[in-house]
Design a protein around this ligand. Structure first.
Ligand code: 3EB
Length: 334
């Protein structure tokens, strides 16, 4: 499939995203993530890889333009930044010797130190991947619950600007290591919650001792754009999973929840009144590859044939969730 530029901009605060299924050679003025289960060849050494197989192609690339590569004195990170935003991956934390809560606490404390040193104190979007997400860890907690505890501990100790929490995605892989990438900003965003869902940071403790610290969506405005980051969104109403075992219905609830968040952004925060089909990107995480056609048919019926969508295989943080969808919309400020 051809590379498709979604938006273009030349102003120095704007962020622009491309999705493609082929490698793009402009590596140093763009932050690129590759989604693939295949090993990386050397040529891709400065691209971050996420080990979630792409269900449409052997690999997919997500390229954020409008930033330049610099390196940091802390841990030699490769950072990509402009006047307003900082994008980077946290160097992969091997899990061999660390339980997931400790690995997560370590990764997030490094992340928060990096933000402080670079002067981008507001974490606005995170993506988090690790193996065996619903399996038992220790002390009666599963690995996702342990991840939430590690994140909460790092927030309590190191975050300079806790609220609003970033928009987030947390996904299970079948590969080793904890992999985190993120976007931070110099100015704060606005957290948006879904009135049909209990805020995740207020979930009852039956879901885990420490709540998931994320906003359902985060709206960020720069000089040129308003960016709406919608978190990984599942078939959850209140705090309860809906339609266990029915992937078609679960997809419907995900899209309704996303539409609800968009409507809130439009009515309460002056976000452009656009349709879901005008979004910049959807990422659809599917647990069982054999559900691809069912989910795709449903999603295309709702969003049209031309919406930019990547379908990835992944495990969700609750074993009864079969599908999860995240989304990104950008509206220019005129
Ligand atoms: C949910 O709504 C589904 O722990 O940061 C989605 C997005 C989910 C982010 C997180 C969890 C997280 O509870 C799971």
């Amino acid at each position: 499939m051809e590379s498709s530029a979604i938006t273009k901009g030349s102003v120095n605060q704007a962020l622009n995203l491309d999705i493609s299924f082929d490698i793009n050679n402009r590596l140093h003025d763009a932050f690129t993530i590759r989604y693939s289960a295949a090993p990386k060849d050397n040529i891709l050494h400065d691209i971050s890889n996420v080990p979630t197989p792409c269900l449409q192609s052997s690999q997919a690339f997500e390229t954020w333009h409008g930033v330049e590569c610099t390196s940091s004195t802390i841990n030699h990170w490769q950072l990509f930044n402009n006047d307003q935003y900082l994008l980077a991956s946290v160097p992969i934390t091997p899990l061999e010797h660390l339980p997931i809560d400790q690995a997560t606490e370590k990764a997030y404390s490094m992340l928060f130190k990096q933000l402080q040193e670079c002067g981008y104190p507001h974490l606005i979007r995170t993506w988090n991947f690790f193996p065996d997400i619903t399996q038992d860890g220790y002390a009666g907690a599963n690995n996702y619950q342990l991840f939430c505890s590690g994140r909460a501990r790092a927030y309590a100790q190191y975050s300079l600007t806790p609220q609003p929490y970033p928009a987030a995605t947390v996904i299970g892989t079948h590969d080793e290591g904890l992999c985190i990438y993120f976007i931070a900003a110099k100015s704060a965003g606005i957290g948006i919650e879904n009135t049909k869902q209990v805020s995740a940071f207020e979930y009852p403790t039956s879901y885990g001792e420490d709540p998931p610290l994320f906003s359902r969506a985060l709206l960020h405005r720069n000089q040129d754009q308003q960016i709406l980051f919608i978190s990984g969104t599942a078939s959850i109403t209140g705090h309860i999973t809906q339609y266990e075992g029915d992937v078609n219905k679960q997809t419907e609830v995900c899209l309704e929840n996303i539409q609800h968040l968009l409507s809130t952004a439009v009515h309460e925060h002056q976000f452009a009144n656009i349709a879901l089909s005008e979004f910049i990107q959807f990422k659809v995480y599917i647990k069982h590859p054999e559900h691809l056609e069912t989910v795709k048919t449903h999603v295309q019926h709702q969003l049209g044939m031309h919406a930019p969508i990547i379908y990835l295989q992944a495990d969700m943080c609750r074993s009864d969730l079969l599908v999860e969808i995240e989304a990104l919309a950008i509206s220019p400020l005129s």
